[in-house]
Write a protein that binds this ligand. Structure first.
Ligand code: F3S
Length: 375
């Protein structure tokens, strides 16, 4: 505890924080053995063996493989070390949610203080709930979970949350276009907080936009008109903003035709997203897809589907992977998949860089329809 507090204070001094804040929840990132390796594993082993325990409610990001599943196309050492990492986190008191969408299951209050390490989730609760968190590195979130405190800096300070640029969106968004909008918006700004002027958001569009925006921007907050509970107050505080317009023409993309698999679930697919796939398959009598559809989701969503539906999906060549982030997992390569189509701009950024899998944008419903009608 003393070491954790000392770390939090030292970081606070480095970032010129004026004081420490009590934290409501922590979400730990950097859970996959693929990304943290032996150094990360030893760090967690040392802290866990020291007897340190988390003082606040702490959830964890997805890992490199499904927890407890030993029948995966992944080498045994990887699986064993991954399980060790998860067990150390569990011993320290983490709730093993193993998902990057904790916001699907907890709704933080506006103004409440959190210390989250997963960028899409950070951007989501900052922007949608107006809860406060900075983008924090994985090992630091461990220290914060033990100390129960975070330095007050950056987006923990209200004046740093006021938008500086108004972004007017002249387009009709789909999940793919919302992802492209996130990338383009981040690219047109220099890290300022934007005010996004667009009507017609739903949860899927917000997830897609914010995951992408947080991938490309150093600032994981966008004040969204009609969504952020305090958007009118923020707008009244905006002083001489710049104005950017993004048109539909900038959000165009080509539907790819050559790929090994379809992929959704970056961030983890919600129940609505899974059910939208089920609807398309139902319309086609659960005909088997020629190319597999990989769905990355949380264990909570999978268990809510029921075994009968899961088996039916498997027969249709649709596979649910839980507890796992395919971007930091050897699982796609283990399945022999070299290229995917996906609506996720975040997956398109990370898949080639981290696991050498090519990824192209597509509307999953459109890709499914064309797969099924080609039969
Ligand atoms: Fe989640 Fe991994 Fe994407 S943590 S947001 S599935 S990169």
């Amino acid at each position: 505890l003393a070491k954790a507090l000392e770390t939090v204070i030292k970081v606070g001094e480095a970032v010129k924080a004026d004081r420490l804040l009590d934290v409501d929840t922590v979400h730990v990132s950097g859970v996959s053995y693929l990304t943290i390796g032996d150094a990360g594993l030893e760090f967690l082993r040392d802290i866990s063996n020291s007897g340190a325990r988390f003082r606040v409610f702490t959830t964890v990001n997805p890992a490199g493989v499904e927890y407890g599943n030993l029948n995966l196309p992944v080498n045994e050492t990887f699986i064993r070390r991954q399980m060790e990492i998860i067990d150390y986190l569990s011993r320290m008191g983490a709730s093993l949610w193993l998902t990057c969408t904790p916001y699907e299951f907890i709704r933080p209050q506006p103004g409440s203080i959190h210390a989250w390490g997963e960028s899409n989730a950070i951007a989501y609760i900052n922007s949608v709930n107006d809860a406060y968190t900075e983008k924090l590195p994985g090992p630091f979130t461990i220290m914060i979970a033990i100390a129960g405190k975070v330095p007050r800096f950056g987006l923990y300070v209200e004046e740093n949350r006021v938008p500086k640029v108004i972004v007017k969106v002249n387009a009709r968004l789909t999940p793919v276009k919302a992802g492209l909008l996130g990338r383009i918006t981040a690219g047109r700004l220099k890290g300022e907080v934007p005010f996004i002027d667009y009507d017609g958001w739903d949860k899927q569009l917000l997830k897609s936009f914010l995951a992408s925006y947080a991938t490309y921007s150093p600032t994981p907050l966008a004040v969204i008109k009609g969504v952020n509970p305090n958007w009118r107050r923020y707008l009244s505080m905006v002083d001489k903003p710049d104005l950017i317009t993004i048109d539909d023409a900038e959000l165009r993309y080509e539907q790819p035709s050559e790929y090994d698999a379809l992929f959704i679930g970056c961030p983890h697919a919600s129940l609505e997203e899974v059910m939208s796939i089920v609807k398309v398959l139902e319309r086609h009598g659960y005909r088997r897809l020629m190319k597999p559809l990989i769905v990355s989701t949380s264990r909570f969503i999978k268990s809510s589907l029921g075994i009968e539906l899961i088996n039916r999906l498997r027969e249709a060549n649709v596979y649910l992977i839980t507890d796992t982030c395919p971007m930091v997992s050897p699982i796609l390569q283990g399945l022999g998949i070299r290229s995917v189509v996906t609506p996720s701009s975040k997956a398109i950024f990370y898949l080639p860089r981290l696991v050498n899998v090519n990824a192209m944008p597509c509307s999953i419903e459109d890709c499914l329809e064309s797969e099924l009608s080609d039969h």
